[in-house]
Design a protein around this ligand. Structure first.
Ligand SMILES: NC(=O)c1ccc[n+]([C@@H]2O[C@H](COP(=O)([O-])OP(=O)(O)OC[C@H]3O[C@@H](n4cnc5c(N)ncnc54)[C@H](O)[C@@H]3O)[C@@H](O)[C@H]2O)c1
Length: 255
């Protein structure tokens, strides 16, 4: 039986770890050729190794999504290798502790920490979308998915700039969906709840019990559970879906 993404080409940022790795593996299993992009070259190569070992087709790309030139080169490399770009998953991102803002309330964030968070999580997504949209307009269509978060839909204490960046990602998603509907390009966002990845280890070690008490399923999600949503968004089965920000969160947003 043909996979959900049979014959498609895909690019995934942050593909070296967590949600991006799980999505890269699923996309390949569903028949896509996958460009795995990450600022950690070793991690991206490790994901590619897993895909190739399982009989899939993938290549790694080193990228820092905060650099417009590197992002454009990433798209050019993908298109040169695969011929076109059907699915783009803009997923690379960082958490507060990675900019030294762990546990800090809004007024306690440093300007540097705020700027770095916005540069990676918001501007990085926009830079990727910009190059991807240009390519997809040229080739006559495509599907883009951005990783937002439940933090893109509600406030979360001590996550000020992270929350702002993810609300921004939802805004970019909705706007581009409107603007490019006539170009046969669908743009959606996935909003994960608390997912078991290297990103959440720090927070969970400090506040795990408190946070899981707020999740109706009383457990973290697995990266594979996010990958399923992204795969569906990118597949032709979601042909009438654009501009949505869909939460995959164990019921968190229903509380
Ligand atoms: N884990 C969660 O609970 C959770 C919840 C909601 C949203 N998210 C979002 O999901 C996405 C993936 O997170 P994850 O949990 O898999 O984290 P992760 O830390 O496991 O993976 C993130 C990956 O992004 C890469 N990356 C970071 N900065 C980059 C840059 N400037 N350029 C290129 N690559 C870069 C890292 O090298 C890493 O491989 C992020 O956008 C995150 O904000 C995660």
């Amino acid at each position: 039986m043909a996979g959900m993404l049979q014959g498609k080409t895909a690019l995934i940022t942050g593909g070296g770890s967590g949600i991006g790795r799980a999505t890269s593996l699923l996309f390949a299993r569903e028949g896509a050729r996958v460009a795995v992009a990450d600022m950690s070259e070793d991690s991206a190569k490790a994901t590619v190794g897993m895909i190739n070992a399982a009989g899939g087709q993938a290549m790694s790309i080193l990228v820092d999504v905060t650099s417009a030139a590197q992002v454009q080169a990433m798209i050019d490399t993908t298109v040169a290798a695969f011929g076109r770009l059907d699915c783009a998953y803009n997923n690379a991102g960082i958490a507060g502790y990675q900019v030294g803002a762990s546990g800090k309330r809004t007024a306690e964030w440093s300007e540097d920490a705020f700027d770095r968070m916005i540069a990676v999580n918001l501007k990085g997504v926009w830079l990727c979308m910009k190059s991807e949209l240009e390519q997809m307009v040229k080739q006559g269509g495509g599907s883009i998915v951005n990783t937002a978060s439940i933090a893109g839909l509600v406030g979360l204490q001590t996550s000020s700039a992270y929350v702002a960046s993810k609300h921004g990602v939802v805004g970019l998603t909705k706007t581009a969906a409107l603007e490019y509907a006539g170009d046969n390009i669908r743009v959606n966002a996935v909003c994960p709840g608390y997912i078991e990845t290297p990103m959440t280890r720090d927070t969970m070690s400090r506040r795990g019990a408190e946070l899981m008490a707020q999740v109706p399923f009383h457990r973290m999600g697995k990266p594979e559970e996010i990958a399923e949503m992204v795969c569906w968004f990118c597949s032709d089965r979601a042909s009438y879906v654009s501009g949505s920000a869909y939460n995959v969160d164990g019921g968190y947003m229903a509380t």
